[in-house]
Ligand binder design. Structure first.
Ligand SMILES: [Zn+2]
Ligand SMILES: [Zn+2]
Length: 316
């Protein structure tokens, strides 16, 4: 839900389409030329997006039922689905594969990751990718959908609750993610991204009754939401900067642990197409390990990494 209402962009009238040619070509977000006159959300009229507002706040309230429905099995389902939907769906699928094309997979793997990512209810693949590419193009500058410079709460979850009149249609998403927009399967998955959550909830109910639904859907959703949002908020506020990026992105160990490696966010802003975010030996990046596992299985190739020279020249 959250990315489908990328709030707070103002005028995109002069927006120049990103220079992307085809979806198998590596994308360097630094090359996205987003020269529109975009304004900070503080300068624009904010309007609550009620669908997202009710869903996100409602998920938090329903998650409180976890106090009355706890079982070790339900907890195990929650943790497993946190990894599947947050680790594989959002981090590996939506972020490193679809947004940055840091490696390539067969199409069926790409579509499967799109479906799994949709289970995080953060919008469909087009909405999520468009929002994130805009974040990289305007990091901590006017037009960034979720910079902490507009407030830490705004960067964490506030931005998800408000409508962005300039970035809430398929046409708008197409301007940021034309590579996905020309793929009818991705467009379908984007338009009907909630179907999979309804099917999963039905399956969980049949398997373990209401406790599995509470823990496997609602508590898991809240967990994945806040972990994803910490990457937008905490790793633009606290932590250390290894590389010069011209923005406030940081590396923060506890966000990295929670988010399967995404907390090495300053490294990521420095080398956006790198499949590996943890660049020091102790910067644990389980998603990169997963990409290597996919390669071992013959399901990932063309894995992009920064060269030693690139690492050296960008040192802060
Ligand atoms: Zn960032
Ligand atoms: Zn990114």
């Amino acid at each position: 839900m959250s990315s489908s209402n990328t709030s707070c962009l103002a005028s995109l009238d002069n927006f120049e389409e990103p220079t992307l040619t085809n979806e198998s070509q590596p994308i360097d977000s630094t090359e996205l030329r987003l020269d529109a006159a975009m304004q900070s959300p503080n300068n624009s009229q904010k309007e609550i997006m009620w669908t997202a507002f009710v869903f996100i706040i409602g998920a938090h309230l329903i998650a409180l039922a976890g106090f009355f429905t706890f079982s070790w099995k339900a907890l195990a389902v929650c943790i497993a689905l946190h990894w599947v939907t947050g680790g594989l769906g959002i981090t590996l699928g939506f972020h490193r594969l679809l947004t940055h094309r840091s490696f390539q997979t067969p199409k069926w793997v790409e579509y499967l990751l799109s479906i799994i990512g949709s289970l995080a209810c953060q919008g469909g693949p087009l909405a999520w990718v468009a929002t994130h590419r805009l974040h990289h193009a305007k990091s901590d500058k006017p037009g960034d959908p979720h910079t902490p410079l507009d407030g830490v709460f705004w960067a964490h979850m506030g931005w998800c609750l408000y409508k962005n009149k300039d970035l809430d249609s398929l046409e708008d998403y197409n301007r940021f993610a034309p590579d996905l927009a020309k793929d009818p399967v991705h467009v379908f998955l984007n338009n009907y991204f909630m179907i999979w959550t309804v099917l999963l909830a039905a399956g969980l109910y049949a398997w373990g009754g209401m406790p599995f639904v509470i823990w496997g859907i609602f508590i898991r959703l809240v967990l994945v939401y806040h972990v994803t949002w910490f990457v937008n908020s905490a790793t633009h506020v606290w932590g250390y900067q290894t590389y010069k990026t011209g923005d406030d992105s940081t590396n923060l160990w506890w966000v990295a642990l929670l988010s399967f490696g995404e907390g090495w966010h300053n490294n990521h802003h420095a080398f956006q197409t790198s499949a590996r975010h943890g660049l020091k030996w102790w910067e644990l990046d389980t998603t990169y390990m997963m990409i290597q596992f996919l390669k071992f299985c013959g399901l990932a190739k063309d894995i992009k990494l920064p060269t030693a020279h690139m690492l050296q020249t960008k040192l802060a």
